[in-house]
Design a protein around this ligand. Structure first.
Ligand SMILES: [Zn+2]
Length: 96
């Protein structure tokens, strides 16, 4: 019996079967076997680092590898000229 906005049990079963099939199919495509323990490029213990085990000393003076800047506005900006001005200002901050 159709239940208005609710789905019939048969339809729910079909959806559930489809989801189950999708999950099983995705699992079957996951790579199997051992993971790498050490980085191929630098030899670091990536297995441990991925699990939060990291004995490397903290070096606050190391070379910076990325930089960014962001601003939150009171309202969404819609004026293109204003948007360009704000982007230019953010870019200036990043390059400074
Ligand atoms: Zn590495």
């Amino acid at each position: 019996m159709a239940g208005g906005w609710t789905l019939d049990g048969g339809v729910l079963d079909q959806i559930e079967d489809t989801v189950t099939d999708g999950v099983l199919s995705a699992r079957a495509r996951l790579p199997a076997g051992e993971s790498l323990l050490f980085c191929v490029e630098c030899g670091e213990d990536i297995y441990g680092i991925a699990r939060g085990v990291d004995d490397r000393p903290v070096n606050p003076d190391r070379e910076r590898k990325s930089s960014g800047s962001e601003t939150t506005f009171e309202t969404n900006l819609l004026d293109t000229t204003r948007i360009e001005t704000e982007i230019a200002a953010l870019a200036e901050k990043v390059f400074a």
